[in-house]
Ligand binder design. Sequence first.
Ligand code: URA
Length: 252
Amino acid sequence: MADGSIDLVQQVRAHLESLSAAGVLFVPRGEVVVRAPLRVAANPVVVAPAPEPEPDPFETRLRELEVLRTEVAACNKCSELFATRLQTVFGSGPLEAEIAFIGDAPGSDEDAQGEPFVGKGGDLLGRIIGACGYTHDRVYLFNAIKCRPPKNRTPTNAECANCRDFFRRQFDAVRPKHIFALGEFVSRLLTGQNATLTELRGKVHQYRGVPLICTHHPNDIEKDKTGRLKRETGFDMKLLLDTIGRAAPEAK
Ligand code: URA
C-alpha cells in the first residue's frame, strides 16, 4: 500500500489459497489465526531521547557558594564569636574575579551590615580598587574569618582553624585570578610564613596556585599620618598590576 502497510485482505487470501492448494477445502470458524497487520511508516523517524545536559560548572560553583553562605550563617563553632556577632559576613563579587581583596575579619560596620569592607577602611579600599582601574562589580571582597572578633581583637588560632575550611571552599568556588592580601595577619595566614609584612611585601607568592601579593591593611593606612604606608601600598599595587599585565595606576 501507498503508506507501506501490509494489506490484511491479501494476507488472508494468500493463506486460504495455500490451504486450498494443500487440499484443505473446509476451515472451521475460529481456526484461522491471522496476526494483526503491522503498520510501519515508510520512512520511520527515530527520535533519540534527549541527553541530560552537562551541569554548568559556573552554575555548580554559584550553587556551592549559596550552600556555603547558609552554612556560614548557621556556624556556631567559635562560641565567643557566635555569642557576640550580629551576623556573619560572607563576601561579595563575581566568580573568577581578576582580583580578590582579602582581609582578616569583619569590623563593627561589616558586622552591622553583613557586607565586607563597608566601613572607613572600606572607603579607602574602594579608592585602591578604583586606582587599579577596577570597579567593585569586577573584584571579589572577603575575609579569612567570617565573624567579627569582639573589640576587633586578632582572631585566635582556634578561630582561624574553625574558619579555614569555609575560606578554602569559598576560594575554590570563586577562583579569583590574583590575590591582594590586606595586612600582616592575612598575609601570614595565606603564605603560611611566620614573617613580618615587611618581609612578605614585594614578592609574588602563591596561594592554591593563584598569584598572591601582600600589602597594608586599609585601616592601617588610614591611621598612618606619615604617608609611608600609602606610598608602599602604591608600590604593591604596581606589583599587582604588573603581575596581571595591566598599566600601573597614576600616582596621586
Ligand atoms: N577589615 C577587614 O579585614 N575586613 C573587613 O571586612 C572590614 C575591615
